[in-house]
Design a protein around this ligand. Sequence first.
Ligand code: AMP
Ligand code: MG
Length: 390
Amino acid sequence: MIPVSEARETLLRLVSVLEVEEVPLAEAAGRCLALDLKAKRDQPPFSASAMDGYAVKAAEVERHAMFQVIGEAAAGHAFEGKLGAGQAVRIFTGAPVPEGADFVVIQEDVTRKDNLITITETPGTSSNIRPRGGDFLDGQTVTAPRALSSSDVALLAAMNIPKVPVRRRPEIALISTGDELVMPGGAPGPDQIIASNTFGLKAMFEAAGAKARILPIAKDNAPALRTAFSLAQGADLVVTIGGASVGDHDLVAPVASELGMERAFYKVAMRPGKPLMAGRLNGMAMVGLPGNPVSAMVCGQIFLIPMIQCMLGLETESDALALAPLSQPLAENGPREHYMRAKIENGEIFAHNNQDSSLLSVLAQSNALLVRPPHDSAREVGEMVPYVPI
Ligand code: AMP
Ligand code: MG
């Protein structure tokens, strides 16, 4: 059995950063930017009015001042002339501020009669002008690597960048193993259950930027597993679920080694998730997860998300965990690192009473995994404990 940190380092060495591909901006959300990008223009590209009103000279602005309106500037329609003393240009939000003007009096502060305006209210101190380049300047950089958010996409659009270099999505093949398993929507026999792990893991991996493929369930026999592995071919990472212990029906290890897996490790000193196996198989990284649903999900979070981040060229989350104070005491921990299903509420954390690794309903009520180091002593209410948000 190896410690969690060592297992994670070994897993990261099984994968490498993927190639760069170019995608249209409209499809870039959630993808990982691979190269720095530079703005291709200033934004705004001209001094622009922030309000509807009248562009004038700031030095002439005072209550009761009068101006002659000599033209109009609207968004997309600049006023071409130059503003002289005592003159004003009717202006709308987003329009270029005419040459000679350096203040926009908002329309609420003005009365107009024909082409004459009078400032009737004391204007505020804001010029109501957005300066050229006030948002960003030509050449300003959006740095890689980063997972592109909707705000990033909006920024890149404004920078006039129509195509974006991103990392190829890691392809992950997911194999459930077990004679007892039936796909959701199927008709389970009296001794069968529904395969849940592949669905939970697909959702988890895709939220992290991967593309996951759920393969047909492999029965607990060697030919079925061989077929499943052959269907996984071409993926960057193949993940099996279940059949990883040493029972008579646990065939993942023998079949994978018969197919040529170079094993990196088997068994990690953690709860849940002790029977975790990893290696390389036919050009793919291979991870064998335990079958218990919570074990599979916890191992997915702790081990596979960092592998996905590594393939996407992202910084893998550091070992420095967040801390929260306990709202309920904890008993002493055993010899394995324990990832307890926990809930953070009002800034405090508590571990759920029932930590059985088959309870998906408890996992679904959790928003954190409370991390107990091996042999951690009992903990009191108020003590700070580390956790992984989920
Ligand atoms: P195993 O590791 O194959 O012995 O499985 C451990 C437990 O997890 C057993 O109760 C299995 O029925 C259950 N299990 C295995 N694979 C899945 C799956 N894909 N979805 C839900 N439960 C599973
Ligand atoms: Mg099984």
